[in-house]
Each structure stands twice: as C-alpha cells, then as structure tokens.
Write a protein that binds this ligand. Structure first.
Ligand code: APR
Ligand code: PHB
Length: 392
C-alpha cells in the first residue's frame, strides 16, 4: 500500500476542508485533502449565498478574497414581511457591518482555484475512507483511489466531510452525544435568470407558509417556499412555484416579481443538529460534519468558517510553538459559538414558518413577535448582531 506523509489530513473537499487547507498553506503547514467526489460535482451543489465578515476575513487571510471583493454584493440590511406588512432590519445601524451576498459555489470555486494555483494536494474520487488511531499521536487515514489502496500518515485529521461523512462516526458512540431537531417541512428552492424582486433579501411569514426572496447577482435570483417534508420537485411546475410564491409575499412585491424558467429546482430538508465533542484525540470535526442548521439564518457555511478559524489557530499555534492550548480548547470554543448560532437559526425558523400543528393563537404569537421586532430597537439589534455574525 502506498503511504504518503503530511502534517494535516483533511477528509472532505467542500468549503470547510478547502478553506482550512488554504489557511494552513499560508503558514507553511502541509495538508492533503481527500474528496469522495470530484471538483465539478462539489461545485454543482447550490447553497446559500450570505457571507459573514468573519468568513470574508478568513478568505482574505487565505489569499482568496479578490473575486469576492469584486463580485460580492454588500447588504446593509434585510427585509422581513408578514402578510402585506414589511419592515427592514438595518445591519449598519444595529450591528455596524454588512453581510456579503456571494454564492457558496463561488466561495468553493475560488478555494479550488487557489488550491490548484498553490499546488495544494487534493485526491478526488476517494473511496472506503477510514480513519485509524485518531486517539494516538500517530493517526492515519486509509482509502482507495481507482481500486488502489492508499494511506496518509499525519499528525492530525480534520473531519470536514459533511453530515454524511465518516469522521463523526469515527468518534466512539460512548464518547459522542448528538442533539437533533427535525423540522416538519422543507424548502423548495428555484434559481432563475431573472432580476431580484428587491435589492435586499425578503424573509416572508405568511399563513400559507414561509418564503424567501434572495439573489446571486443582478440577473440571477434565488427563491424558496416552505413545502411539505415529503414533497417532491416533480410536483411543482415553474408556474405553480411562482403562483405560490406570489401568495406568500406582500402584494406590492408580488406585483413586481419577474418570473422565468427555473435553471435549478430542489427540495432541502430542515434540521438542527450538533454532535459533542468536536474533537477526539487527533481528530477534529469542522462544519457540517459536526453540526447542521436550518438555512433560515444562512449560517451553514458561516459556522463552518468559525470552526475552521478555531482549528486553524490551534494548529498554527502547535506548529509554531508546540503549544497545545488551541487544539485542546478547540471543541469547547467552537461549540460555544455553534450553540449560539443553533439558537438563532432555530429562533428565526420558528418565527417565520407555519408549523403543521400551528393554531391560530400560535400564528398570532408569531405576528406579535414580528410586530415587537418591527418596533423595538433592542430586538432589532439582537437580530442584526446574530444575522451579520457573532464574534469569533
Ligand atoms: N471521504 C471523503 N470526502 C467525503 C466523504 C468521505 N467519506 N464523505 C463526504 N465527503 C465530502 C463530500 O463529497 C463534500 O464535498 O465532504 C465534503 C463535505 O462538504 P459539505 O457537505 O459542503 O460540508 P462543509 O464543507 O462542512 O460545508 C459546510 O457549506 O456546503 C455547505 O451546506 C454546507 O452550509 C454548509 C457548509
Ligand atoms: C440563498 O440565497 O440561497 C439564501 C439566502 C439566505 C438564507 C438562505 C438561503 O437565509
């Protein structure tokens, strides 16, 4: 079996793994990324496109911020509607910073380009990945590529392989504790080459269910409507989607909605999930491998970024000074922020969606909370600070 040695073996070539690899490279720390699929497959996945300043800072630190600076769209606020009512949360006023609208696919593309430009080692189409001896100081990762058995000998393993990866399950069940909430609905998303209906995002609460009007650029819009958790894409023609979306947003907004053929249409389930701890020996979990949030607050990639920040700082400290303080406190530091983000995503999802067992009183409670948010600066400040991103 062919053995290769590196300092950090990164399982998973999504945004978490790629960002960590590029940051480590910027400090001369070697890594190898193992990706189950291919670059094109990873880039084919459509994901949210709202980036926190923390992620922007990490991309700049990794030397990958140029295209994002040129093509990203800063947003100083977001709109929230309920029925025909609409109000704005002013990020600049309440949180002193904007978010950046820039597709996750573009973040991942920029990271792949940077890895290739800097000679970063990535193995694609890996199979049968198995992490060995993570609870020793000589971990290794075995896998196959095109039927050939391979082995990576390393100092550390970063489990960046998403919710369905192998890293989390490498931690023994009697060590792991998992927390989960599955929401009784999904999101039906459509991408269309049409101008966005507004210059900011619109999160809509309606008696018919949640809707979201988002965008990628001036001629590429992303829309979502809440649907049954058991719904199927084939149940939704484009016309049916547009008609339902118009029923869930304020009529003056619906009147100016430009519709068009969907170039992508998909349904995503909603869940909140956290596994503790995020570290076992020399194995560190990052991103979706450790936690999942409902997309309502656009926190998936942004929380993966804060994990990467804590792990990068810990590994950098270890290699620069031998100090293990950062890696020994990684799980505790990452989870402290993860749980705050889980709370915000759960709060915003609970506020904006129609639950199957929701009574008229329950809906009145949602409207009362939206009215309070609309009228109270402290409530708006709390929302804005969570939305733009809590400090690392
Ligand atoms: N071996 C190697 N690679 C694997 C394995 C495995 N056993 N299992 C999964 N992978 C790969 C997947 O193919 C995927 O490319 O790991 C990668 C994990 O990427 P994501 O699921 O995107 O997770 P992450 O990088 O943590 O991204 C977190 O960005 O992509 C979004 O929805 C995601 O918002 C979340 C954030
Ligand atoms: C998106 O543009 O896909 C998007 C934006 C904000 C969200 C979720 C998804 O909260």
């Amino acid at each position: 079996m062919k053995s290769t040695r590196t300092q950090v073996c990164i399982v998973g070539g999504g945004p978490s793994g790629l960002l960590l690899a590029q940051l480590l490279h910027s400090k001369g720390i070697d890594s190898i990324v193992l990706e189950r699929t291919t670059r094109d497959y990873v880039l084919s996945r459509i994901r949210a496109g709202v980036l926190e300043q923390g992620l922007l800072g990490l991309m700049e630190e990794a030397g990958v911020g140029q295209r994002m600076r040129q093509q990203g769209i800063p947003h100083d606020g977001t709109l929230i509607s309920y029925g025909d009512e609409k109000f704005r949360i002013d990020f600049a006023k309440h949180a002193g910073m904007p978010v950046m609208v820039y597709g996750q696919t573009e973040v991942t593309r920029d990271l792949y380009d940077a890895r290739e430009a800097t000679g970063g080692a990535i193995e694609f189409n890996v199979e049968h990945v198995k992490i060995h001896d993570a609870d020793t100081d000589k971990p290794s990762v075995r896998f196959q590529v095109a039927g050939e058995a391979r082995e990576i000998l390393c100092d550390f393993v970063a489990g960046c392989d998403g919710f369905h990866g192998v890293s989390r399950k490498t931690i023994p069940e009697n060590v792991r504790k998992e927390y989960e909430k599955v929401y009784p609905f999904g999101w039906l998303g459509v991408l269309s080459e049409t101008p966005p209906v507004d210059h900011e995002l619109i999160y809509a609460n309606s008696k018919r269910g949640f809707a979201l009007c988002s965008m990628r650029n001036a001629n590429l819009s992303r829309y979502y409507i809440q649907c049954s958790a058991h719904d199927k894409v084939e149940n939704w023609s484009d016309d049916a989607f547009w008609s339902e979306l118009k029923r869930r947003i304020p009529q003056e907004t619906a009147a100016k909605l430009v519709t068009g053929p969907s170039i992508e249409k998909s349904i995503a389930p909603l869940r909140s999930f956290v596994t503790e701890p995020m570290r076992w020996g020399r194995l560190f979990l990052c991103g979706d491998a450790a936690h999942i949030v409902p997309p309502t607050g656009a926190k998936g990639l942004n929380t993966a970024a804060s994990d990467v920040h804590y792990l990068y700082q810990g590994l950098r400290q270890f290699y620069e000074s031998g100090d293990k303080e950062g890696i020994d406190h990684y799980s505790q530091r990452a989870l402290a922020r993860v749980w705050k983000v889980e709370r915000f995503s759960w709060w915003f999802s609970s506020l904006m969606h129609r639950f199957p067992d929701q009574s008229d009183f329950d809906h009145k409670m949602q409207v009362a909370e939206l009215e309070f948010l609309r009228s109270n600066d402290a409530a708006q400040k709390a929302m804005a600070e969570n939305y733009v991103g809590l400090p690392y």
